[in-house]
Design a protein around this ligand. Structure first.
Ligand SMILES: [Zn+2]
Length: 143
């Protein structure tokens, strides 16, 4: 079963802009620590076959429920991965919220950790472009 969930419930003013990793989502106003920023929406997949529930934008909620966040109206899809993020995902009652882990300043890009499985499969082969990994690689080449 597939249901469309389109309302992103953005709690703060945000903007999609160019970032080091293509496009990213940026805060247009300060976001205090521990607040819901935006909901990760898309096609809600309930008991769909496995081949429908794989891919870059799939968010697995539990065994029988996934969200395919690929549609462009899912603004949260523009949030990039970081190994040292300022936000995190939080699943509550079948909804995925992106929440701030610390205070986020105006103009800051929002990041969350996509998780080990995703990182190994999609990010590691290309090389992680988050600030933490880039700094680590720069230090390694200098030695
Ligand atoms: Zn990284």
């Amino acid at each position: 079963m597939i249901e469309l969930r389109k309302d992103t419930n953005a709690q703060y003013k945000l903007k999609v802009r160019r970032s080091i990793a293509g496009l990213g989502l940026f805060a247009l106003e300060p976001i205090p620590k521990g607040k819901r920023i935006i909901e990760y929406v898309g096609k809600v997949l309930i008991d769909e076959p496995d081949d429908a529930t794989s891919g870059q934008y799939i968010f697995n909620l539990h065994k029988h429920m996934d969200i395919d966040g690929a549609p462009r109206w899912n603004t949260a899809r523009y949030i990039n991965h970081s190994c040292r993020p300022n936000a995190e995902s939080d699943v509550k009652k079948g909804h995925v919220w992106i929440k701030s882990k610390r205070n986020i300043m105006v103009g800051e890009e929002i990041f969350y950790d996509y998780g080990k499985e995703f990182w190994n499969e999609h990010i590691k082969p290309k090389g992680c472009r988050c600030a933490k990994c880039v700094t680590k690689r720069l230090k390694a080449t200098k030695v």
